[in-house]
Structures are given as structure tokens and as C-alpha cells.
Design a protein around this ligand. Structure first.
Ligand code: FES
Length: 293
């Protein structure tokens, strides 16, 4: 590595360099504040080691990643080895071992989004920002990620900025989004909260300290609830569970039940009995009446 490499903000892998203070203890005031917050989190769990996941988010809310000193603090608070804390922090992708950008921009390249344009969006953003998956721009603003389904397939292709939805994106709209985030201009998600919080702010929410924005904006848009709307219009309901089917079959065997025609909880195209849990292929289930196919 040359001397000039040491002064670049990124490593060869495209991560921001871990600062020297990563393993230095917190100053007294910061540590006292973190310990007070951690006490509130730990009090929510019957066994204190269960608080590790939110405490790692708390560390990220302070340092912007899971720092060495954050790992030491978690280990001390929860009476764990630092290796145990590290093992958890390196398992989940939401925990960052290098300083994260202010905004994690996640491009869904899973099947539906990919064929609707997600792959093109990814290529455009990666080229535009000059970073690849899990890499951060040198200005520390954006960490780019490929995401395997944002759970918003009905608005594909979807991009998320710090887990806020930007639906029905194009390469052009996604490029504008990252330009605005880098320039510090306000961006408005298409659903959910009215603004995009920073990575540190969101990390504090994930640690369990609410920011009052949970009920902002529209949650499920029209495309998300279209199936429910059609079901209501047509009077459809979900098929009965196996237990309910057995119970209703017993009722159907009575003269009153058989007079109704359909089994309770089963309607039109869903008029088939659920399999019994121990039923094998080709076996008649106890929920079926004799002679029924
Ligand atoms: S496939 Fe992209 S949100 Fe589900």
C-alpha cells in the first residue's frame, strides 16, 4: 500500500476506513448516555443477553457502524465475550463493520424487480456512484446495496433509502434520488414516512427508541390491497385451517350442516377440504365424507 492510499477515505474493498478511535473507549459523557439508554433496552427482556440485537443498533446510532468500542461495551453490559458479540454482528447484514454512509440505498434485484428494471437501475447507480455492493461513496453519503426483495413487489422495481420506499423506479428517477441525497436536498418517499432519516437516526429507532414517525404517510397503497378489495367485493374469505375443517365437517355431518351445501368457511373456488396433518397422498382424510372425492 502506498502512502497516498492511506489518505484515501476508502479501502480497496470500497469501504470507508475504520477510524483509529474505533477501539478507544467512549468519553465519559457518551458512555454514561449509552449505558443509560442500554439499561432501558435491557429492561425489556427477561434474559439480558437477548438485548444484544437492539444494543448493536444503539452502537450504530452512535458510531455509524459496529465499532470495536461498541462491541466491548455490549460485551460488558451483557456479560458476554467480545467474540460472542462479534459473532452476532458479523452474521446479520444490517450490522456494519465499517463506517456506513448516511444513507443506505438498497436496489432490489430479486426476480420481479429485476425483470421490471431493477437490474438496469443497479447498473446505472453503481456506475454513477462509482461503488459496488456494500461499498460507500468517498464522501460518506451513500452505501449502495443489492437487496433480495424489499417486500414491496407490487410496486416493482423498488429502491429503498434507509428502508423508506421509493416505488416504481426507473434508472433516471433512482439517479435523481441519489443525487439529491448526496447534495443534502430533501427527498420524499412514495409511501410511509414523509422524510428519509439518516442511518444513525434510523439505527436509534431500530434500537427501540421511537421517533414518532411510524404513522406518517400511506402504508399499504392501492396495489398492495387490491386482492383484499376484490375478495371483499366477491364475498371471499380464507379457507379454513385443518382444525377448523375437521370441526366444520363434524357439523356438516349433522342434518343442519348438510342442508347448507358448502362446508363452513369454504366458498366457491375454495370449496375443498384441507388435508389432515398426517394424511398421505391418495389417502381419504377423516374430514371427507364417505364416497366424497
Ligand atoms: S422482488 Fe423487489 S420488492 Fe420483492
Amino acid at each position: 500500500m502506498s502512502a497516498s492510499d492511506l489518505h484515501t477515505p476508502q479501502t480497496a474493498e470500497g469501504h470507508l476506513r475504520v477510524p483509529a478511535e474505533s477501539k478507544a473507549p467512549y468519553d465519559a459523557a457518551t458512555e454514561a448516555r449509552l449505558r443509560a439508554d442500554a439499561a432501558q433496552v435491557i429492561a425489556r427482556y427477561p434474559i439480558k443477553r437477548s438485548a444484544l440485537l437492539p444494543l448493536l443498533h444503539l452502537v450504530q446510532s452512535e458510531d455509524g457502524y459496529v465499532s470495536g468500542r461498541g462491541i466491548a461495551l455490549c460485551a460488558d453490559l451483557l456479560e458476554l465475550e467480545t467474540a460472542e458479540v462479534s459473532g452476532v454482528a458479523t452474521f446479520y447484514t444490517q450490522y456494519k463493520r465499517h463506517p456506513n454512509g448516511d444513507y443506505t440505498v438498497g436496489v432490489c434485484t430479486n426476480t420481479l424487480c429485476a425483470i421490471m428494471g431493477g437490474d438496469l437501475i443497479w447498473e446505472r447507480l453503481s456506475e454513477h456512484l462509482g461503488v459496488g455492493h456494500d461499498e460507500t461513496t468517498p464522501d460518506g453519503k451513500i452505501t449502495l446495496e443489492r437487496v433480495e426483495c424489499n417486500a414491496a413487489c407490487d410496486y416493482a422495481p423498488v429502491v429503498m433509502a434507509n428502508w423508506e420506499f421509493f416505488d416504481n423506479q426507473t434508472p433516471e428517477s433512482a439517479t435523481r434520488l441519489v443525487d439529491d441525497l448526496q447534495a443534502g436536498r430533501e427527498v420524499v418517499p412514495t409511501r410511509g414516512a414523509d422524510t428519509v432519516a439518516t442511518f444513525k437516526q434510523v439505527s436509534r429507532v431500530l434500537a427501540g427508541f421511537l421517533d414518532g414517525r411510524a404513522d406518517e404517510g400511506v402504508g399499504a397503497g392501492p396495489a398492495s390491497v387490491l386482492g383484499l378489495k376484490i375478495a371483499h367485493e366477491r364475498g371471499w374469505s380464507a379457507p379454513a385451517s385443518a382444525d377448523e375443517a375437521r370441526e366444520h365437517a363434524a357439523q356438516d355431518a349433522s342434518p343442519v350442516g348438510e342442508a347448507g351445501g358448502l362446508a363452513h368457511g369454504l366458498r366457491e373456488s375454495t370449496d375443498s377440504h384441507a388435508n389432515a396433518p398426517d394424511e398421505k397422498p391418495g389417502e381419504a382424510t377423516s374430514t371427507r365424507k364417505e364416497g366424497e372425492q
